[in-house]
Ligand binder design. Sequence first.
Ligand code: GLN
Length: 542
Amino acid sequence: MTRFIFVTGGVVSSLGKGIASASLAALLQARGYKVRCRKLDPYLNVDPGTMSPIQHGEVYVTDDGAETDLDLGHYERFTGVSAKQSDNVTTGRIYSDVIARERRGDYLGGTVQVIPHVTDAIKNFLRSDITDEDFILCEIGGTVGDIEGLPFLEAIRQFRNEVGAHNAMFIHLTLLPYIPTSGELKTKPTQHSVKELLSVGIQPDVLVCRADRDIPEGERRKIALFCNVPESNVIAALDVDTIYQVPISYHAQGFDKVVLNHFKMEIKGEPDLSKWREIVNRIRHPESVIKIAIVGKYTTMLDSYKSLSEALIHGGIANNVKVKLEWMDSEIFESEDAVHHLEGVSAILVPGGFGERGAQGKIRAAQFAREHKVPYFGICFGMQMAVVEVARHLANLPKANSTEFTPHENPVVGIMTEWVKAGEVQIRKADGDKGGTMRLGAYPCKLAKGSKVAGIYGQSDIQERHRHRYEVNIGYKEKLEKAGLLFSGMSPDAKLPEIVELQGHPWFIGVQFHPELKSKPFEPHPLFTSFVAAAVERSRLV
Ligand code: GLN
């Protein structure tokens, strides 16, 4: 039987509901249960794919080609369960489905309303695509009190009534701010937030309270009393030095037992958290520290690179080093003399990106890495810019560029309008819709025998996740290979370049896909492990 755990947030946003849900899921998984995490997002976009990463953070792409909220990345990293399209829904998607049904005539004669039609669609989503999971943890985006979150709260209220109180649980994450002048952690915002929830008919079963210090007994009692929960169900979520400590902290407070008691499930022994302890221990006690520059344009919003920074931490764990990330705005490299910023780093990574702004700076960063033999990792846009760099400076194509910016004489990177997915031809118009139309999700790739990447992966057939509209132009393969840039990974039909690597350089690799999306703390991605190892090597040389 599948039980449902709903996680809402109160007081302020950014309290880490995603990490809270992922950590509780990991803890239940460590007790032997099958878990799955989902996210309901109240905004009107059909998916986050069309939103700027500066507004919304990273768009996390699943194997099945969904563009989803970045919290799905946390879920996948913490539980190892591959996220799917059916794990994320938005108000926009719910409404477009309801309206499509209305147009089809499915509600003929009826007035279509938020209750019951929209709430029914939300509940149908909650029930869909479930097999033998013991727990579905479902996070509601936004903060309680937001107008657009109301249909979701109403839907989960109804849902609990339908499945029975002991088959569903409400967890509310709040903030206890510390007021220095009174020297106290304040519980009032939490009380107000719970009141807000009660006003829509939801009594939380557990309160998870973010705080920057221990919650004194008195405050804990007060929260329990005013918010109508047992004291044992007030869980402290104290700030931690690494997110991978959270499942351990939750267990130390008996959070898993509180959940099992709620569902009247037998509590057998203790969960095995040794792998979490091992990871935390490695993060806390590295052998050395290395600096890696990330040259991107969304550096004012680090959530834009969530999976990337995690993957680099994983690469550090695999090499027993702490990776210190130096975030650099690519636009600074558009002035010639700024490259000295790159001198003190042991490796350079240019991540995914869109649009012309900052592109020239990325090309310059790739050039610096190539000329100074600094390890270079180009991901998606970072690969495309490295190809432009090599084309301009080694292949005698000084005008080489990407058509993402404007039409060019030497379009070494050009728009893709046709490709094959699972045996079927996909066709896109160059000026078609922007939403959900990129080359998305997992695609196979064949690695060239004897190439560096074949050695790194230890196999010749891989699957990686994509999200791009442009592609390195196969027409320039010969010229670029002659210049030393090997096309070491290709789509199985040999039409789409997936990986390039520079010959005679210690580590210069560009990939058209996003390997960071599949990296996990317990299973660091081989490219990140190898890249960090190359950075360690470089740090020994200079
Ligand atoms: N803008 C480029 C493209 O669409 C790269 C995308 C990315 O880096 N994810 O192909």
